[in-house]
Design a protein around this ligand. Structure first.
Ligand code: SME
Length: 156
């Protein structure tokens, strides 16, 4: 499904106040994984309280051992400190990479900002080599902006 068609579905999930924020994040992970053929694992990591580490908050795909990732470690940990998108067309080329599955060939991590602060990220693993382009980056930035809007609410 093209990104433009997924946007209303993302907005609908996020606006469902009958669900907890964690449940809404899980539904977004499921939506993206099920509708974008080369998204094989989709997850949201967030800064873990006042620690210099990321904690997995929601995901779709195989469970991972890497539910806590120190800042600076792996692609995710690097994005926690760089504040920039990280697109990896071929994970074999990365020295600072944490493997979650031997099937993963590529990864994209896009930081999530709340009030200008990098508080988390969306992480996508793909079993297809070099599948991501600028459209993925723009779409995932948009998803993160919408998620940040929900996280502003006191109940989040
Ligand atoms: N590959 C990531 C770790 C998280 S898994 O992809 C779920 C990394 O290098 O940070």
């Amino acid at each position: 499904m093209p990104f433009q068609k997924l946007k209303p579905a993302v907005e609908k999930i996020l606006s469902n106040e009958e669900l907890s924020v964690d449940h809404r994040l899980e539904q977004i992970c499921d939506l993206l994984k099920e509708n974008i053929p080369y998204y094989d694992w989709v997850g949201f990591y967030f800064k873990n309280a006042d620690k210099e580490e990321l904690k997995l908050r929601a995901f779709a795909g195989e469970p991972t051992d890497h539910t806590i990732i120190p800042f600076g470690k792996g692609i995710c940990g690097q994005v926690a400190v760089s504040n920039e998108n990280f697109v990896v067309p071929d994970v074999k080329t990365q020295n600072n990479y944490i493997a979650c599955s031997i099937n993963v060939k590529a990864e994209i991590v896009v930081p999530l900002f709340l009030n200008g602060e990098n508080i988390g990220q969306i992480d996508i693993d793909s079993n297809t080599e070099d599948p991501f382009n600028i459209e993925d980056e723009r779409f995932l930035e948009w998803v993160n902006e919408k998620v940040a809007g929900v996280l502003k609410s006191p109940s989040a």
